[in-house]
Design a protein around this ligand. Structure first.
Ligand code: ADP
Ligand code: GLC
Length: 499
């Protein structure tokens, strides 16, 4: 933390919130959770909320907190045993906002990803790593560190989900209001009953209204039972998770929480994602200078080894998984190429899919280009040079790549689910006539529906005036954090007042 950043929020801020997340940009990212956790402090600041972010001390995070040459980190607290591990609490900053880091070498000093080793295998002790992280969060939120005080704690996803449970069940003096956000119901943190004795929770926590889930321990489940309020990242997903198809076993719990479940759509950080000032692009542009995008398209064609052309260049930036519908995209590639499209894809994930995408590229040289891996700059270049971004997700709590597509004039082609349903207006006749269409939507993730959406996109792209209108309408859409920041702040205020 630089010396002039106060540990505690400035006096004019009314609410002090601890945001507990397992990843946050710009320090550590595997997906959209990091974008959101990284953006929240700035999104909430204009609404009287001072947010401090708590992260695990992975090597990448420690490097940022312990800049080379600085002899001593700022240690705010230490634990002799955090679920059996010695740990200390370090202070730093993230995007100019306060950051706290749980430095527990036995849990987090490892090369690899935040959840898996270098070969992609999940760490076997993930339950212990994130239970300890959540325990630290509960301690901090309830006043264990005298210099720090918080009015509310906001936990994200299963990795932070024991935080509200510890606050509810462990004998803390202060009850602190808690919010639990579901970024993806598909990841729930299920473990065997044998871990329960090691969590440091009292015996009464082992119940159907506590951490017990089908005879084992459910970390997300415990958070959803214990938090004062639950949010998820779009209104449609908040409705969908009440059903069996999307609730993934927790639909009954979500229904039982009634109107304490809220859907608040994610915003995008338009300092990071602004085509007028994006250093990753060959040519910056705005809604008034769309023809400049052509230089970005030419640059992409080179990077992906594609033949130049005027037909639509479809792009994908995605985890390569079943959730994201990438298996169905594979089936549609021949059709996409057959009707004059080209495809540039950046992604990583399922090894079999990676192989199949490479095979598709080999089948269509100059028409399909594939980059396997994670590349932040290239993800910006794809949005800045592609014509249309394909997001055929089977479920999508919010989705961010379609929002970046809107901001960059890269027309989203999306399945109508979750946040994709809430953020894109389909180019049907009425919407086109009213000038409000921002993308193409389809209704189910199978070959026929996606192939038809791709055909419709190619046809729209063939009408330059119509296409430009769709691009412009998307670029003018407000997906900044304004409204959603206000919604979170209002929720926090209600919970704090209700104490
Ligand atoms: P999810 O979190 O489910 O993967 P989102 O759409 O919410 O989906 O967020 C994905 C984030 O990760 C976006 O910021 C997207 O640009 C980024 N991303 C996904 N795959 C890659 C990749 N291979 N390289 C760079 N960025 C990626
Ligand atoms: C999850 C979801 C994604 C959402 C992101 C941020 O990764 O899969 O839809 O945008 O979290 O909330």
């Amino acid at each position: 933390m630089s010396e002039n950043v106060p540990l505690n929020p400035p006096a004019r801020a009314r609410l002090r919130v601890l945001s507990v997340a397992s990843e946050a940009v710009p320090l550590i990212k595997t997906g959209g959770l990091a974008d959101v956790a990284g953006a929240l402090p700035a999104a909430l600041a204009p609404h009287g909320v001072a947010m401090t972010t708590l992260l695990p001390g992975y090597p990448a995070v420690l490097r940022a907190v312990l800049p080379a040459g600085r002899a001593k980190p700022k240690v705010l607290h230490s634990w002799d045993s955090l679920l059996g591990e010695p740990a200390r609490l370090l202070a730093g900053t993230i995007g100019g906002h306060p950051l706290l880091v749980v430095d527990a070498p036995g849990l987090f000093h490892r090369e690899g990803g935040p959840y898996s080793d270098v070969s992609g295998q999940d760490w076997a002790d993930n339950w212990r790593r994130f239970a300890a992280f959540s325990r630290a969060a509960a301690d901090i939120a309830t006043g264990a560190v005298p210099k720090l005080a918080f009015d509310l704690v906001h936990a994200h996803d299963w990795q932070a989900a024991l935080t509200p449970a510890y606050i509810r069940f462990a004998p803390f003096e202060r009850a602190v209001p808690s919010v639990m956000t579901i970024h993806n119901m598909a990841f729930q943190g299920h473990y065997g009953a044998d871990i329960f004795p090691f969590l440091g929770l009292p015996p009464e926590a082992w119940s159907v209204s506590g951490v017990e889930y089908h005879g084992g321990v459910g970390l997300l489940k415990a958070g959803l039972e214990s938090a004062w309020a639950v949010t998820t990242v779009s209104p449609t997903y908040a409705r969908e998770i009440r059903t069996r198809e999307f609730g993934m076993g927790l639909e009954g719990l979500i229904q039982s929480r009634g109107d304490s479940v809220h859907g608040i759509v994610n915003g995008i950080d338009n300092t990071d994602w602004n085509p007028e000032a994006d250093k990753a692009l060959a040519a910056a542009y705005s809604v008034r200078t769309l023809p400049k995008r052509r230089a970005n398209k030419r640059a992409l064609e080179q990077v992906f080894g594609l033949e130049p052309g005027d037909g639509p260049l479809f792009v994908v930036v995605s985890r390569l998984t079943w959730q994201k519908g990438m298996d169905v995209l594979l089936e549609c590639i021949d059709h996409l190429v057959g009707i004059g499209g080209r495809l540039a894809l950046l992604g990583s994930g399922d090894k079999a899919m990676e192989t199949e995408f490479h095979a598709a590229a080999a089948r269509h040289p100059g028409r399909v280009g594939i980059r396997i891996g994670y590349n932040e700059a290239l993800s910006h270049q794809l949005q800045g040079g592609g014509d249309a971004i394909l997001v055929p997700s089977r479920f999508e709590p919010c989705g961010l790549t379609q929002l970046y597509g809107l901001a960059y004039g890269c027309v989203p082609v999306v399945n109508r689910t979750g946040g994709l349903a809430d953020t894109i207006i389909d180019a049907n006749l009425a919407a086109l006539n009213a000038g409000v269409a921002t993308g193409v939507q389809f209704n189910a993730v199978h070959y026929g529906a996606l192939a038809e959406a791709i055909s419709r996109t190619v046809a729209l792209h063939g009408q330059p005036e119509v296409w430009r209108q769709i691009q412009r309408a998307g670029m003018k859409t407000d997906f900044s954090w304004g409204q959603s920041g206000r919604a979170y702040a209002a929720l926090y205020a209600r919970l704090v007042e209700a104490q």
